[in-house]
Structure formats: structure tokens, C-alpha cells
Design a protein around this ligand. Structure first.
Ligand code: ADP
Ligand code: MG
Length: 239
């Protein structure tokens, strides 16, 4: 059974048809990358999946359950988690305090510190636990965000441009994190424009264009597709 399925999903903002009959199937255990030019509707699709927007029509299934009318918190309770493009960390608190806030109500006090230590090591942030989050490098802030998103061990992790603004080295390290999470059983849907990263992590790629699924396949299929290349012409970056 797929972990996530959108069926004929539509979202209109006034006269703007931003999500157009999107059928997306995410198998349990896969890393699926969503690509497409600026304005293709990638972030909107994320917000629909997470319940921050309700669709104009169509449905969303998570673990076989119809969650179309569920609020975000109900989806999160069932195992969805997200890291958006916009940062959500508390800059005036330490790295450890940020993780404590995300995790304290979900772990016994006796195991909380241990869980945080494990997560810090995973994020390559063990040596930075006491630093203020606002003083981290850009890449480290992104990792802390990922840490907060995975701190409750979600079944599905949604990442909206996780490597935006990162150096190639940071991007590669982020890809390794995603692969380790995936090896531990997490299913991942990532909006991404860095093709080296997509090649590093993706089992499957979906291309969105003008709100529609334009192409789907392995990264090799997608890069060889001349029609996909054509929709990017004239655009140097996708947000
Ligand atoms: P992407 O993430 O692929 O760049 P978005 O999903 O952010 O694309 O946006 C797709 C289109 O939908 C854009 O034309 C954008 O202006 C429009 N859009 C997104 N959110 C809203 C909104 N809340 N109200 C009106 N239009 C929106
Ligand atoms: Mg976007």
C-alpha cells in the first residue's frame, strides 16, 4: 500500500489553477523528489499534503486513510512532518534548547537528553549544542531544522528545498543524512532544484509544471527527457 496518495488533487486561488489534477503516489520507503520551474506549484502541493491548504477538489490518502479534511495537527499526529523553506528555529535559544522544545513533551525526562544527544550527532551538531541557533552557519541552521522535523520520528518527511543556499559540501552532507534516514525506514518527499542532490538521493522523480504532473520516472529518465529540459529554458533557478 502506498504511504501517500493524492487523487485528482486541485487547488484554485481565485482564477489561478495552481494544482491541476495531481495524482502523486509515494511508496513506503522511497525518496521521492519533486522538481519543476519557479511557480510550478511545488510548495502549494506540500501545503495541501500537510493540510495548510484544503484542496478545491480531489483527495489525499495517508497510510490508506482518507485525510483530505484533516487538520495539520491530525496529519502530524499520524506521522507527517515538514521542513519548509522559511526557517522556524528560535535564534535566541541554543541548538539543544531548540531540540528540547520540539521533543520535551514526547519523551520521558530520563531519555530526553539521550535522544537529543543522538540527534545532535546525526546532524553533525554535537560540538555546537550550546551555541545560539542564530549564530550557526546557514547550512547548520538547515540541519537543525531538519532535526526538529525528524525529532518525533515521522513516517513521512516533507522537505521544501532543504539544500537552498548550501555549499556543494553541505548539500552532499544533507543528502547523506537523507539516505541514512531513509535506510532507517523514513519515507521522504523533497522539493529540490539541485540535480546533484536529486541524483544522490532520489528513487523517483516527479516533474511539476503549471500545476500538473509533467513527467515522472528515475532521475536518468528525467534528465534525458528533452521536453523536461525545455520547460526549464530561460530559468536558471527554481524556487
Ligand atoms: P513553487 O513552489 O513551485 O515555486 P508555488 O506553489 O509557491 O510554486 O506557487 C505556484 C503558483 O501559485 C504561483 O503562481 C503563486 O503565485 C501561486 N500561489 C501560491 N500560493 C498562493 C496563495 N496563497 N494565493 C494566491 N496564489 C498563490
Ligand atoms: Mg516553492
Amino acid at each position: 500500500m502506498p504511504l501517500l496518495e493524492t487523487r485528482a488533487l486541485n487547488k484554485r486561488f481565485g482564477g489561478l489553477h495552481v494544482t491541476n489534477n495531481v495524482d502523486l503516489v509515494l511508496e513506503t520507503g522511497e525518496v521521492h523528489c519533486l522538481i519543476g520551474p519557479n511557480g510550478a506549484g511545488k510548495s502549494t502541493l506540500f501545503r495541501l499534503i500537510l493540510g495548510e491548504h484544503l484542496p478545491s477538489s480531489g483527495s489525499i490518502l495517508f497510510g490508506g486513510e482518507d485525510i483530505t479534511a484533516f487538520k495539520s495537527f491530525q496529519r502530524i499526529r499520524r506521522g507527517m512532518s515538514v521542513k519548509f523553506q522559511v526557517p522556524g528555529i528560535f535564534k535566541a535559544l541554543s541548538v539543544r534548547q531548540n531540540l528540547e522544545i520540539a521533543m520535551q513533551h514526547h519523551y520521558e525526562p530520563a531519555t530526553l537528553a539521550e535522544e537529543i544527544d543522538r540527534l545532535l550527532a546525526f546532524l553533525n551538531l554535537s560540538g555546537d549544542a550550546r551555541r545560539l541557533a542564530g549564530n550557526l552557519s546557514h547550512g547548520q541552521k538547515q540541519w537543525l531544522e531538519i532535526g526538529m522535523a525528524i525529532s518525533l520520528k515521522p513516517r513521512l518527511l516533507l522537505l521544501d528545498e532543504p539544500t537552498a543556499g548550501m555549499s556543494p559540501e553541505e548539500t552532499h552532507a544533507t543528502g547523506e543524512m537523507i539516505k541514512r534516514l531513509n535506510a532507517d525506514g523514513m519515507t521522504v518527499l523533497a522539493v529540490e532544484h539541485d540535480m546533484a542532490f536529486v541524483r544522490q538521493v532520489a528513487d523517483k522523480v516527479t516533474v511539476l509544471h503549471l500545476g500538473k504532473v509533467f513527467a515522472q520516472g528515475s532521475i536518468d529518465d528525467i534528465v534525458a527527457d528533452e521536453e523536461v529540459a525545455a520547460i526549464y529554458l530561460g530559468q536558471t533557478t527554481a524556487h
